[in-house]
Ligand binder design. Structure first.
Ligand SMILES: O=C(O)CCC(=O)C1=CC=C[C@@H](O)[C@@H]1C(=O)O
Ligand SMILES: [Mg+2]
Length: 401
């Protein structure tokens, strides 16, 4: 990323519930990144247990900033390298010290997010998302089977009723063959879309082709399975060589790209390749609200704004992105209700769904909660060093607010 400058941005009033009247006394000169000392002195590191294991995580660590423009967050997953994590820092600095684009709406509908839990646990998870009429269900979890996925999706359909929209997210866990088979099987649940069913853009292209025509692009033999995939041993996964032709030209189920946007060198490649019907966009990995907006506008595909399992500080960044999107590009409920999956939060009035929606706001950080969830001194030091290294990466890229 050469720059996170957005000359189009106009100053926006800080929403009422921010620690507001805080003048941007420490705000940097327009465009310049805030000094590292100011960034570190605004930082608090928290470690918040999840209610249920989610993408292998049982404790969510995050840095939250008590920044001049309001709370902000830096929470790349620990395994990400500095080059990738630097974009998350750009986003945090942009939201905490820069100007956010003006919101076009006051509330955002959100989906319930259902981790890869046993079917019996589904109702308990959904109860944390009151009023949500869309659910996103994790599937293709390592060590589980398609039968587990079907049982989980069925439990969601039974709990939410026929009118609910159900999406699935495979996090790239399937080969093309596995995905084609799984999506045909899951089509009885009338899915809204399937998020990142396979890892690569060519795989997504092939899958979309197959879901549209019922045939393989090369009309050849079944491809090999993902070598390390435990699910690969499941009988019947290759029984799809003659995938039944779908009627007409629309795919059996829409394909959404997530990792192919947020982890790609070129976040627009997936749209250019015609590999997805819609995009899932996240403000932190894409370098901030302004940059994500530009990517969405260039891609020209409908989007769902989603969380990175952030605290309310990071969720407010995602909300601001969702609130700034042109209406025709917003593809339904956003994946921003995930504070409900955490055991606690950094705000006394957290951004959890009410009547299936979140109000667009930046809740203040609560000092008592920051103390309660403070990370250990070792983890605190690790995150502070990470911030300094990522900040150096941004300097080397010539990044600006
Ligand atoms: O989109 C949602 O409903 C919630 C957010 C979500 O699913 C994710 C958050 C954080 C990490 C990701 O593995 C995961 C995703 O893949 O979309
Ligand atoms: Mg996803």
């Amino acid at each position: 990323m050469a720059s996170i400058t957005d000359p189009q941005r106009t100053p926006t009033p800080v929403p009422a519930d921010t620690p507001a009247a805080r003048t941007p006394a420490t705000a940097p000169e327009s465009g310049t990144l805030p000094p590292i000392d100011a960034v570190l002195s605004a930082a608090r590191v928290v470690a918040i247990p999840t209610r249920t294991r989610f993408r292998g995580i049982e404790v969510r660590e995050a840095v939250v900033f008590d920044a001049p423009r309001g709370p902000s967050e830096f929470s790349p997953f620990p395994e990400y390298d500095d080059a990738e994590a630097a974009s998350w820092l750009a986003a945090a600095l942009d939201f905490g010290w820069g100007e956010a684009p003006p919101p076009l709406r006051d509330t955002i509908a959100v989906n319930a997010t259902v981790p890869a839990v046993a079917a019996e646990e589904v109702a308990g998870i959904l109860a944390r998302f009151p009023g949500c009429t869309t659910a996103k269900v994790k599937v293709a979890e390592r060590g589980q089977s398609l039968a587990d996925d079907i049982a989980r999706v069925r439990a969601v359909r039974e709990a939410m009723g026929e009118d609910a929209l159900i999406r699935i997210d495979a996090n790239g866990g399937w080969t093309v063959d596995e995905a084609a088979h799984a999506l045909r099987t899951l089509s009885e649940f009338d899915l809204d879309y399937a998020e990142q069913p396979c890892v690569t853009v060519p795989e997504l292209v092939e899958l979309r082709h197959r879901l549209t025509t019922g045939r393989r692009a090369d009309d050849g033999q079944a491809e090999g399975r993902r070598a390390e995939g435990e699910r690969a041993e499941e009988p019947g996964f290759l029984a799809d060589a003659a995938f039944p032709a779908s009627a007409g030209r629309s795919p059996l189920v829409r394909i959404a790209a997530d990792e192919s946007v947020r982890k790609a060198e070129d976040p627009l490649a997936v749209a250019r390749a015609g590999a997805a019907d819609l995009l899932v966009v996240k403000a932190q990995p894409l370098g901030g609200v302004g940059r994500a907006l530009r990517i969405v506008e260039e891609a020209g595909l409908p989007v769902v704004v989603s969380s990175a399992l952030d605290t309310s500080a990071g969720i407010s960044m995602g909300l601001r992105l969702a609130a700034a999107l042109p209406e025709h590009l917003l593809a339904g409920a956003c994946g921003l209700g995930t504070v409900a999956l955490l055991q606690g939060d950094v705000a006394a009035d957290p951004l959890v769904p009410v009547d299936g929606r979140l109000r667009v706001r930046r809740p203040a950080l609560d000092p008592e909660l920051l103390d309660r969830y403070a990370a250990s001194p070792e983890r605190e030091a690790w995150w502070r060093e990470r911030i300094a290294r990522c900040r150096a990466v941004l300097d080397s890229r010539g990044s600006r607010l």
